[in-house]
Design a protein around this ligand. Structure first.
Ligand code: ATP
Ligand code: MG
Length: 283
């Protein structure tokens, strides 16, 4: 049995639960519960505030956790990023009042910068040889310049909409973040085995994202051209048909070029094309 910490509520909660569900792991979601058990996988979920997840994992209260990379970098604890999950994407950026002229990083020398991520920011400016005044504030960082608490901010940006509506302009992207799976440094062998299983399920889900399964009938003498259109995972599967001179061709294609592939295949005589959704891909 392993214990996984996820965000109790907030931006990462839903997608964390969804990711587990896609990996065949259902958990009972109850708002009041701190802990819940999966019935179909040896896993227990601990619901926490995202800020507390790196610490819970480093202390061994949870074996692994799902949290934004930004929180991992800010907390500087003994945890290891063991898998990137591809959701919760955002960046941490420096932004200044939109009317200000920006000439480069020297702009920030002696400026007051409000942020919830002082550790990351301090490390960044130390590397760059710039000395600003960093002020830690817990929430609503984006309003700090308007109310006169700061000259600039360092905050999470995803679309940039919040910055614009607060009269700010993004001038430096400092780090990119996404949800990651973290683990404590020393997991026992039996737990490690479960963690590896979990990661390989996540990988199977990720691999099938944006992919479709295609099958069609094709004249045998056009097979070579068809296989060059459809490289598939390794190579497409070819099966004989009862009708002589024809065969059935199966392949995995990326959703992006699905229609262009269909058009090319029709031109070389493909018929009865079926496109099916693809659930999991396990190598
Ligand atoms: P908690 O109550 O758990 O402390 P929170 O308010 O600190 O929650 P959320 O706003 O729910 O945190 O964001 C959680 C994580 O989602 C962030 O740390 C970040 O990694 C990621 N994220 C992705 N896009 C955004 C965004 N546009 N704004 C804020 N966080 C984002
Ligand atoms: Mg938080």
């Amino acid at each position: 049995m392993i214990r996984l910490a996820i965000q109790a509520k907030g931006r990462l909660n839903e997608e964390s639960v969804e990711m587990l569900a896609e990996a065949g792991i259902s958990v009972e979601q109850s708002k009041r519960k701190l802990l819940s058990r999966s019935e179909d996988f040896p896993l227990e979920i601990l619901y926490l505030r995202d800020d507390d997840i790196p610490q819970a994992v480093s202390m061994g209260v949870a074996d692994i956790g799902i949290v934004g990379l930004n929180e991992v970098l800010e907390n500087e604890l003994e945890v290891e990023v063991i898998h990137k999950l591809g959701f919760g994407k955002c960046r941490l950026s420096l932004a200044i009042p939109k009317g200000d002229e920006y000439t480069g990083l020297e702009y920030f020398n002696s400026k007051r910068i409000a942020t919830s991520y002082p550790v990351i920011l301090k490390r960044y400016f130390e590397q760059k040889g710039i000395v600003p005044e960093i002020h830690k504030i817990a929430g609503s960082v984006e309003i700090a310049p308007t109310v006169g608490m700061a000259d600039a901010i360092f905050d999470i940006v995803s679309t940039g909409g919040t910055l614009i509506s607060n009269g700010l302009r993004e001038v430096e992207r400092v780090i990119s973040s996404e949800a990651v799976l973290i683990s404590g440094k020393a997991l026992e062998e039996d737990k490690l085995l479960i963690v590896r299983q979990l990661i390989s399920r996540f990988e199977a889900v990720e691999r099938s994202k944006g992919k479709k399964y295609m099958l069609m009938n094709i004249p045998e003498n056009r097979l070579k051209e068809a296989t060059s259109i459809l490289p598939g995972v390794k190579s497409p599967t070819v099966l004989p048909l009862a009708q002589s001179g024809w065969c059935s061709l199966h392949a995995v294609v990326s959703e992006n070029d699905l229609w262009s592939k269909i058009e090319q295949l029709k031109l070389i005589g493909a018929e009865d094309i079926l496109v099916l959704s693809l659930e999991k891909m396990i190598p």
